[in-house]
Structure formats: C-alpha cells, structure tokens
Design a protein around this ligand. Sequence first.
Ligand code: SF4
Ligand code: SF4
Length: 169
Amino acid sequence: MLLSIKFQARNRFLERGKAVEKCFKCGTCALMCPVTRYGEGYNLRETFMYDIFSSEEPPAKQNLWSCSVCYKCYEVCPQDVNPPKVFKALKEIAFETGRAPLSVVSLVKSVIHTGMSFPMSDASRRMRAQLNLPSFAPKDVDDLGKIAKNTGLERKLDILKAKRTNEHE
Ligand code: SF4
Ligand code: SF4
C-alpha cells in the first residue's frame, strides 16, 4: 500500500516533495539511517512513515530536525523517495510558520554573528593544533550580518524566537 498523507499543508508540501507518495513503507531507509542507529529518540521509519504522515501538523513535529541530511536513505530507497528532501520541505514550512525549534534559531544566529554553527572551544583549538591545522578565523562575518538584515532574516529570527520563548513560558 502506498503512503497516504493527511494534513492541512498537504498540497503546499507536495509541490515541494511529490515523490513521497511513491513510498511503499518497506523500511529500507531506516536500516541505513545513522541517526536512527546511533541517535536517541529518532527512528526514520517511525518519524517518516508514521509520526509525520499520520499527523495533521507535520511541520510542527520537532523530530524531523534530527535528520543530519546525509542522504544515505535516499541512496537505498527503491522508490526514489528522498526523505531528506521531504524533511527539508517540512522544515521550510515550519520556519515560515514559526514552528522551528529555538535551538535552530540559536544556530542560525550563531552563523550570522560568528560565522560558525557552534562556539570554538579550547578543546577544538587544541585538536586543530595537534592536526597541524591553522587557527580558525571566520571571514566576512560583517557581510553575513548585512545580508541577514537586508533580507529580513534577522527580523524573522527575532519574531520566531519571541514566539517560541512565549510558548515555553
Ligand atoms: S526506502 Fe523508500 S520506499 Fe522504503 S520506506 Fe524508505 S522512503 Fe519508503
Ligand atoms: S538523510 Fe536523514 S533520514 Fe536519511 S539517512 Fe541521513 S540522517 Fe537518516
């Protein structure tokens, strides 16, 4: 039986991920997914085929953000479904509708303001030195800030952060 999708944003989502309707729930993708295998609280079979697509509000599902976009599942899918593309579409909808998690807002802000998605720790610096890598200094961070401001991204992030913070209080 092919996957059936029931939720409000269905048409909007299918414009971006039409191939998902070809999924016949074989579970091969979950066998190859490293986050399913080594992560906690994430199972591609449950996330992709049951949790998300049996939900009326899949973009609100927080576990879709656990996908590391490695494309292993896409390589093995016999139906050419491309789960990370499906998640990408849902993440875009989640961001546009204010349902992206606070951790993602912090990560994007970190990239805009420091050029890095995580803080450089002393341990990371030591490891780079041991590997004879040059010290890391992000370039053109000012330009990133200008782009974020002029495209409205910074403002969107502030609105999203305020919304999610209020929801958690
Ligand atoms: S491998 Fe492809 S067809 Fe099989 S469950 Fe995963 S997405 Fe669906
Ligand atoms: S792309 Fe995402 S869902 Fe697919 S195997 Fe990688 S982590 Fe798992």
